[in-house]
Write a new protein. Sequence first.
Length: 539
Amino acid sequence: EAVELLRRLGGLTESELSERCEPGAAAAVPILRESGRIVAISGPGENLLVCAEDVSLVEKEEAEGIRSLLSRYVEGHAGRTEDEVLGRFPGAEVAAASALEAAVASGRIVAADLPGRPGAFVDRDVLLGMRRLTLAVRRREPAPVSPERLSAAVLRRQHVTVPTAGTEGLREVLDQLAGWVLPMPLWHEVLRARVTGFRTSDLETLVRSGGIVWRGVRSGGTRSVAFSRPEVAALLLPAPMSAVPSDLAGRVLEALRAQGASFLTTIATALGEAVWKVDEALWELTWLGRVTNDSLVATVRPRPKPVTTPTRTGVRPAVAGRWSVVADPAKRSEGDVVRLLRLALSRTQVLCRETLERDPVGVRWSEAYGLLSRMEWRGEVDRGVFVSGLSGPQFAATGAGAELAAERGEDDPVLLGACDPANLCGEAFPIVRPNGDRYAVRRLPGNYVVFRAGAPIVAVEAHGARLVPLVDLDATGRRSAFSLLAELVRHAGQRAAVRVETWDGAAVSDTSAAEDLASVGFIREDRTMILYRDFGMGR
């Protein structure tokens, strides 16, 4: 058995052999040496013991022989440096170096960065086994946290509870939400919630400079917009709709393809058509996702109407900015899909069937699972059960499990739109009221949720007309949540007032919530409580 051990491992020093042998076997080594079955080769340190048939491989310095011994040694000694490997073959270092290079080139031996030993050499199969054991241990490490913990982490990650600021902060938020589709008024809400002092003009500046592009999407009667950087627009933004454009719209497309980005009047002149007709064709193409503009004006304007009253120039004023054709989406490679998965991870920290299905990256779970598993092998993501209540398997960015489990101070309450990308309620996990009933806040403009430490505490529906407690709240908790309702009337373009009609299904004037609303600036009007923009705004 001792001889077989030496043959399998390509030789051992006397101390290494004694560490692996029972006392009786160790005592037999001198007898094996006398009989010639084991031979000691002198080296700079301890003698190297090899089985007799391997001696000639070292002495003759045959390339294949040295390579055989070297491969066996590395297989049995994971994580050895180059000096340690070559030092096993005293007097044959040159042949050993050549054999090591050939073994690495063949893929049999791999250089790996092991803890404390960067660039160490490991047998490929041994490394795979080490990786499997490591992954098995790491998958058991995370302790599942509550959905509220995940919600709080997402609110922080998406700058809702920790807002950013400035142009670079706005660009960071748009990069994180690239490809997300929302009506333009909701984009204003989403960006105000994340960027301190956000102004529409800041977004306009990014679009006009070419740093950010947009694309229109129409679903039924809803017109929505998605943003991204221009270099990844073909990958992240929604594909143009397949509907056939009108005859004039088709001609406008051909003109734009021929002459490149152009102003409205330039296109009308080239086609010999009235400006308002070309304007209407561009509106149609905008919401088919076929054209875009380097201004935001086109994202909010109504459908152009025929000119019935002549103006000084004979045409209605043109929309500012140049129009251009949207590039056809390229076929996605595996690398593109991995990039999309990284983007989805940056938004929700944990990817599973539920969180991926709500993300607009357009990657099916069946396609994502294999790629995420490979990303785990590469050390890019962790796998485990990170959040209770979500289906498995779950994948998270490396280190996210520890971040989710870390105890944090309770965040201040925040008001979040029901359509906001950071709102996981109802899709990733349900809302359960204290009486055990589930509650769903419909994802409609004008509906909101107040969150505290990631937990939904109050539903705000119909622009504040209906308030529904989602947890048991004392007067302090109610007043803290109600103070956020001022956000619904704080900015220009919003409603002039918030009128609360009901609290938990009852007329608000008949409940204790009326006094709490009054304490934050609401006034009683008939059986409702109302907050006007000039009240409680702190301006």
